[in-house]
Design a protein around this ligand. Sequence first.
Ligand code: QAP
Ligand code: CO
Length: 167
Amino acid sequence: MAPLEILEFPDPRLRKVAKPVKLVDGRIADLADQMLETMYEAPGIGLAASQVNVHKRLIVIDVSENKDQPLILINPEIRLSEGEIETPEGCLSVPGFYEPVMRFQQIQCDAIGRDGEPFSLEASDLLAVCIQHEMDHLEGKLFVDYLTGTKRQMIRKKLQKLQKQQA
Ligand code: QAP
Ligand code: CO
């Protein structure tokens, strides 16, 4: 199966707010599987549907060493958050750039799984950071939004130049 195309900053479609998934059917499950394949091939540790131009509240994550612990979160909500952690973040939509971002160190979240069943998840450190990063995508928000305007502009210019060369 061919990987899905990933939108790159500053594509305005990355700014759309994603809509809740109303029904977890086979098509949503297929999309989640395709997103996981796309993420593994990249390779990445997280991908939001917004990044593949599907504006639905669905994210996939795998922060495991052996890439054998896929997580699919549909309509994720953060219920509790605590502590702070600063981690260098990257993004498949912002290739080549990593910058430190402050996040909650620990979260509890509710979501729906690939099977349509609601579940809760406690996460800390990298997994917690990754969930927050991917949930931001669903709001049209990118990690570069936390950087200074100067840094964001520098990244935008460099990426636009690369994108023009590829076109
Ligand atoms: C979000 O990002 C994340 O620049 C997921 O050239 C990242 O999978 C959360 C990637 C870090 C927490 C910490 C980035 C691949 C992948 C690049 C990713 C690149 C190739 C990023
Ligand atoms: Co991202």
